[in-house]
Ligand binder design. Structure first.
Ligand code: ADP
Ligand code: ASP
Ligand code: MG
Length: 406
């Protein structure tokens, strides 16, 4: 019988301390014992990445992105070595690799690099020797030998890309919750686990703030049809399958509620109402790698208008600098930044065929005295920008309204 190949990824909380690393080692060894081939991807211990970012900030608030990657990649290098040692201690053979050693080749877009290709020869060689191969998540190397990272949460991407490239039989993402829930179970204890979810819905949830899976990893999984099993590293219970299609007896209208507190709103006041002005502003941002999210342009009074948009917190300083420059060049007014915002979203494929979902969302927020500052919609989601202080309340009332509570 052909050996099964399993790719398992363990997130930061699953390897946060010695005991948990030993727990992961035991789990990995148990799978190996069953005769499977195993490639294990690990994230940095606990909050290491956040701590390294804070440390860098104390040295230089505008650090070089290349050096940032040199720094952040060290987190995962610690985890792989420790996990390999823990596996050895259990009497199993294992070898740890950095992203570079694992053959993960990326472009040079430091801090958000894209995987170009994976040379799996070295991994395959070690698997053939019967070893458990432990690969550092979240990192790769350019053809120029510079270390890169794949964006926050990037270990998910490492795992999915390796599963695809190695033709793995299973891709398991182990985390600190028992799968994908209707909303963040840390905010709403009544959230329920979803047993299966489509790539499209998961992608929408991930890009709208459900940090449990990195959205780019879902893009890759969808593109190559890699089924993912998200489950708890602390139990053996089945979690959530992320797959192409989920057959339901009856379409659920709303499948999930997400919250994103990592966006900043930038407003340019008194923008002259002339053709090509919006292009000028957003071209500047795009050319500098800043992706803009929601955009609202008010109706023009006296041939002037205000334009607001949101960007992710990590891009906000860069975006602000660029926007101020463009604002001056087009003779617009003040540029204001607002950090006191949160994005609340509802997601569901069923929305396509059910009118009135948006109205129902707005009405629920209004009834709870939550003012909406911006709105955006896609085919399968509706998002509102609200004040941060209403975040948790908004999650709960919408979760309740759309019948998602346990
Ligand atoms: P890891 O360290 O394993 O990568 P993350 O912290 O990145 O874990 O993601 C897991 C966390 O995502 C959970 O602890 C949970 O609070 C949060 N989360 C947000 N939305 C959801 C959701 N819809 N379902 C499950 N978890 C969610
Ligand atoms: N350690 C990285 C981060 O915190 C990558 C990951 O955890 O997936 O973003
Ligand atoms: Mg994660």
């Amino acid at each position: 019988m052909r050996k099964r190949l399993i790719v398992q990824k363990f997130g930061g909380s699953s390897v946060a301390n010695v005991e948990r690393i030993q727990n992961v080692a035991k789990r990995v060894a148990a799978y190996k014992k069953k005769g499977n081939d195993l490639v294990v991807v690990v994230s940095a211990l606990g909050d290491t990445t956040d701590e390294l970012i804070k440390l860098a900030d104390q040295i230089n608030s505008d650090p070089s992105e290349r050096e940032m990657d040199m720094l952040l990649s060290t987190g995962e290098q610690i985890s792989v070595a420790l996990l390999a040692m823990a596996v050895h201690k259990l009497g199993f053979e294992a070898i740890s690799f950095t992203g570079a050693q694992g053959g993960i080749i990326t472009d040079a877009a430091h801090t958000r690099a894209r995987i170009i290709k994976i040379n799996t020869d070295k991994i395959k060689e070690e698997l053939k020797r019967g070893r458990i191969v432990i690969v550092a998540g979240f990192q790769g190397i350019t053809l120029n030998q510079d270390i890169t990272t794949l964006g926050r949460g990037g270990s998910d991407l490492t795992a999915v890309a390796l599963a695809k490239e190695l033709g793995a039989d299973e891709c398991e993402i182990y985390t600190d919750v028992e799968g994908i829930y209707t909303t963040d179970p840390r905010i709403e204890p009544k959230a329920s686990r979803i047993s299966a979810i489509t790539y499209d819905e998961m992608l929408e949830m991930a890009s709208l703030g459900a940090q449990v899976m990195q959205s780019r990893s879902i893009e890759v999984a969808k593109k190559f049809n890699v089924p993912i099993h998200v489950r708890s590293s602390f139990s053996d219970k089945p979690g959530t399958m992320i797959i192409e299609e989920v057959k339901k007896m009856e379409e659920v209208v709303v499948n999930g509620v997400t919250l994103n507190k990592n966006e900043v709103k930038i407003t340019i006041c008194d923008v002259p109402d002339r053709t090509g002005i919006a292009a000028k502003i957003f071209n500047q941002l795009a050319a500098n790698g800043v992706s803009v999210d929601m955009i609202v342009q008010n109706v023009s009074r006296l041939r002037q208008t205000d334009i607001s948009f949101t960007v992710s917190k990590s891009d906000s300083q860069k975006a602000l600098k660029l926007t101020k420059k463009v604002a001056a060049s087009i003779k617009a007014g003040q540029v204001i930044e607002d950090h006191d915002i949160a994005r609340i979203s509802i997601i569901g494929v069923g929305m396509k065929s059910h009118p009135g979902v948006a109205a129902s969302m707005f009405e629920t927020l209004a009834r709870n005295k939550i003012n909406i500052e911006m709105i955006s919609t896609s085919e399968i989601s509706i998002s509102c920008i609200i004040k941060k202080k209403f975040s948790e309340k908004a999650v709960k009332v919408l979760h309740e309204k759309f019948g998602l509570a346990k």
